[in-house]
Write a protein that binds this ligand. Structure first.
Ligand code: PHE
Length: 338
């Protein structure tokens, strides 16, 4: 038994094999164990002799197994270290860097421009009350101009804002009729439109508001001119056309000239050569009064523009749905826009 066992131990190639050998010889059903069990059948004289031999054999095998265990453990550890070693000279895996959504970039660019002209950037709720979305803007219930903006109503009094203009009313109210206000407000707005290349039931707007003593139409024109040239290029012209909004009087729409120049020269865009960019006007006295401003003392202007439309014109994008369907092939093209 002893010789066989030791030979087997020497042959063992790994710890599992060694464990099996240990069980086969020294385990409960092992061959040495059965010798010891059989001792009951021996005579009194034979027992101590056989017992001593058996114990010696057990000790010898145990010692052999322990030595071999140590060797195999060391080997296993070496193999493990070898296989887990890190090759620091391998090239790294590139980390994918994200970028701003094009609308975010455009909005930030417009914010930067207006911050530079002393405007603060404000926010307002997308779930708005009928009062701020309409009434405080000189659009009482039943006013026909409410139809201009197909509205998602939530209850009789709650709706999804159809424009960012309610933030005009909210801001003026907060300023309490005593201080000048200069703010812009970017945000999402909602209209009950069927989505197509130029309509989206959710899009973005940036509202602008300037209230002070002696704010004039020429201040509005100068501000919009600066905006248009900064965003579309110094070679662009603006033109103001009479329009109607219930909350401004007079009201205007602004067009920019759409001369497009490239390496082959300049071409003027289809139709008239002008394209509409935003709505604006001098704040209606009723709106000032409702927010607590004395319309004899204070005047102001407001404008509302659509970053979706601005981005489409600036980058020649022909479908507004591109902004909202999150196709990375579209979005990543503009990660370095500005
Ligand atoms: N709120 C108007 C719209 O959504 C735009 C606008 C804003 C017009 C401010 C005048 C003044 O069409």
């Amino acid at each position: 038994i002893r010789q066989k066992a030791i030979a087997k131990v020497n042959e063992a190639r790994n710890l599992k094999e060694l464990q099996d050998i240990k069980v086969a010889y020294l385990g409960k059903k092992g061959s040495l164990t059965s010798v010891l069990r059989g001792m009951g059948n021996l005579s009194k004289e034979e027992r101590p002799i056989v017992g001593e031999i058996a114990n010696n054999v057990r000790e010898a095998i145990t010692q052999e197994i322990d030595e071999k265990t140590e060797i195999l453990e060391k080997k296993a550890m070496e193999e493990k270290l070898e296989s887990e070693s890190i090759d620091v000279t391998l090239p790294g895996r590139p980390v994918k860097v994200g970028g701003s959504h094009l609308l975010t970039s455009i909005i930030e660019e417009i914010e930067d421009l207006f911050i530079g002209m002393g405007y603060e950037v404000r926010e307002g709720p997308e779930v708005e009350t009928d009062y701020f979305n309409f009434e405080a803007l000189n659009l009482p219930k039943g006013h026909p101009a409410r139809d201009m903006q197909d509205t998602f109503y939530i209850t009789n009094e709650l709706l999804l804002r159809t424009h960012t203009s309610p933030v005009q009313a909210r801001t003026m109210q907060q300023y309490g009729g005593t201080e000048p206000v200069k703010m812009i407000c970017p945000g999402k707005v909602y209209r009950r439109d069927t989505d197509d290349a130029t309509h989206s039931h959710q899009f973005t707007q940036i509202e602008g508001l300037y209230v002070d003593e002696n704010v004039r139409m020429s201040d509005l024109k100068g501000t919009l001119n600066r905006f248009a040239k900064r965003i579309f290029g110094e070679d662009r012209q603006i033109r103001l056309r009479p329009s109607f909004f219930p909350f401004t009087e007079p009201s205007v729409e602004m067009d920019i000239s759409c001369k497009v120049c490239n390496g082959e020269g300049c071409s003027v865009c289809k139709y008239s050569g002008w394209i509409e960019i935003l709505g604006s006007g001098m704040i209606h006295p009723n709106v000032l009064e409702m927010a607590g401003y004395d319309s004899e003392k204070y005047t102001g202007f407001a404008f509302g523009m659509g970053p979706d439309r601005i981005a489409m014109l600036k980058y020649g994008i022909d479908d507004i749905r591109n902004f909202y369907t999150n196709d990375k092939r579209f979005l990543t093209q503009y990660h370095h826009a500005k």
